[in-house]
Design a protein around this ligand. Structure first.
Ligand code: SF4
Length: 505
């Protein structure tokens, strides 16, 4: 039994469910913890399918953890796996593509698609919060025992994604995209106040290198377990040779009192030492590449100025942020968008015409010739100058977060987004300068913009994916409509602690 922050490093060469169950069980026994009440397991299934084998926590890993928990049932009233996957696609689609549905049947565990659930208002009171209230799905708000089962991956917005960053999937799209901008790290910190896991287990058997949706495989052969999420993430950073305090969302969580990142205060036990784990991770590349550098060798020329100041009141301000770059919003989404298209269209780079994309308050030159499209992306983008000899004046339409209300956020249907983007680019096909607004402009929207600009294959309409996507989409819309007839879309947790006294708004 241990009460100190402890991280267990275990050898696990393959996705053998029996072995993973054994390792997870031994870690639970070491920590002397057993699941009880409403037990919720949160994997990272941001994306799935044949083309995305390394983007998500593998189903064998989740099944091993589920079986270990089931073996140690201490009055569990419900055991469920829940997730909201990425880029606005239905979680049904992601679960199906990752083989989760068969696992749900084999283990008898329940499952939730978070975007289909009633959303619960959670009041926040900590200093420095972005908002006074945030919204999470009911199974998250009501969980008694929470198990975080992320994938060990790089991330273009936050350097890495381990346990704490996996919380971005505890919100549905409407709320996930709110504050998913230059203050994304603060958002991830704020989400930690909703709940903390009693048990963490990360799939580092084949880690995901370089990117988040389309990572490259990196054989690490590790299963890592922890009883303290911040310490767990800190050790994962150290495995990569990264100072955890240089990862902003971990630094912010540490400053907010979520625990230690100091190796002197963390017990590291298991089959191998930290130094041995570090040897296995040698050469692992993380994310965090500025957009100009990312597209340096392509026909896309990227330009980025700073995002708005955190103190900016409205679009009329000329204040810019001292961070110089929006790591949590539009530029990173563009990187994921192009990589997604490249997976589905081998000729992406050959077909793409010379195009210029501009983010933030940009005050440099735009080196565009006549006929080359220039796309200003994001609400905060602004520019005053010449494009191919013509005067251009683009003004920020950014609205400060204090002027945006989460309850007003609307879900935007993927097919509606496709239609809107197609119509926009058709109508503006002869315009050299295009504005694509939003904060953020999502991966899906930027992907659709690139598809229109380059005449590229649309991954959402790929024949190999269309059937799974179409049937998941229809089930999602139908189930959501049925549930809304029966239940309120929102409830308020009021001033009571999490999970208590939910009342209809
Ligand atoms: S509009 Fe885009 S680039 Fe600007 S602050 Fe929002 S997310 Fe960042």
């Amino acid at each position: 039994m241990t009460s100190r922050a402890t991280v267990v490093l275990r050898n696990c060469a393959t996705y053998d469910v029996d072995r993973i169950e054994e390792l997870a069980g031994e870690a639970l026994d070491l920590f002397d913890i057993r699941p009880f009440g409403k037990t919720l397991i949160k994997p990272n299934v941001v994306m799935s399918g044949e083309k995305f084998p390394h983007s998500h926590t593998r189903v064998e890993f989740v099944e091993g953890v589920v079986r270990a928990l089931q073996q140690r049932d201490d009055d569990v009233t419900e055991m469920a796996v829940g997730e909201r996957c990425g880029i606005s696609i239905p979680t049904r689609y992601a679960f199906k593509g990752a083989g989760f549905n068969e696992m749900f049947e084999r283990t008898g565990v329940e499952h939730y698609h978070f975007e289909e659930e009633t959303q619960v208002e959670i009041p926040l009171r900590h200093p420095g919060r972005l908002r006074d209230r945030i919204y999470v799905p009911e199974p998250v708000a009501n969980a008694d025992f929470f198990v975080n089962v992320p994938k060990f991956k790089a991330h273009p917005w936050t350097t890495v994604t381990f346990g704490m960053k996996n919380y971005i999937g505890i919100q549905d799209d409407r709320h996930r995209l709110i504050d998913h901008d230059h203050l994304l790290n603060e958002k991830v910190r704020d989400l930690q106040f909703v709940l903390q896991p009693q048990f963490c287990a990360i799939d580092a058997i084949i880690a995901g290198e370089g990117r988040m949706l389309t990572p490259l495989p990196f054989d690490m052969g590790l299963a890592i377990f922890g009883n303290d999420q911040l310490a767990f993430d800190a050790v994962c950073c150290h495995i990569l040779g990264i100072d955890p305090l240089s990862v902003d969302h971990l630094r912010l969580a540490h400053e907010a009192g979520f625990g230690t990142v100091d190796l002197q205060e963390i017990d590291i036990v298991g089959d191998l030492t930290l130094a041995e784990a570090q040897q296995r991770a040698e050469g692992f590349r993380v994310g965090l590449i500025r957009i100009e550098d990312y597209f340096a060798d392509s026909k896309i020329n990227a330009y980025a100025g700073p995002p708005p100041s955190a103190d900016s009141v409205d679009a009329t301000t000329t204040d810019v942020d001292d961070r110089e770059y929006c790591w949590g919003g539009c530029p990173g989404a563009m990187q994921e968008a192009i990589e997604l298209i490249r997976l589905f269209d081998d000729e992406t780079d050959a077909k793409m015409p010379i195009t210029h994309i501009v983010f933030g308050a940009y005050d440099g030159d735009i080196d565009a010739n006549e006929g080359e499209r220039v796309v200003f992306i994001g609400d905060c983008t602004s520019f005053a100058g010449e494009v191919a000899g013509q005067k251009v004046d683009i003004r920020s339409v950014y609205q400060h977060r204090r002027n945006t209300e989460p309850l007003d956020a609307q879900h935007t249907d993927m097919f509606a987004r496709m239609a809107k983007t197609n119509v926009k680019f058709l109508k503006e096909r002869n315009e050299q300068v295009i504005e694509l607004r939003g904060c953020p402009v999502s991966v899906a929207e930027q992907l659709l913009a690139l598809v229109s600009l380059g005449g590229l294959k649309n991954p959402f309409l790929d024949p190999a994916e269309a059937t799974r996507f179409g049937s998941s989409y229809l089930s999602w819309r139908t189930q959501t409509a049925i549930k809304r007839l029966r239940r309120e879309p929102y409830v308020r947790a009021g001033e009571a602690p999490r999970g208590e006294a939910a009342t209809a708004l």
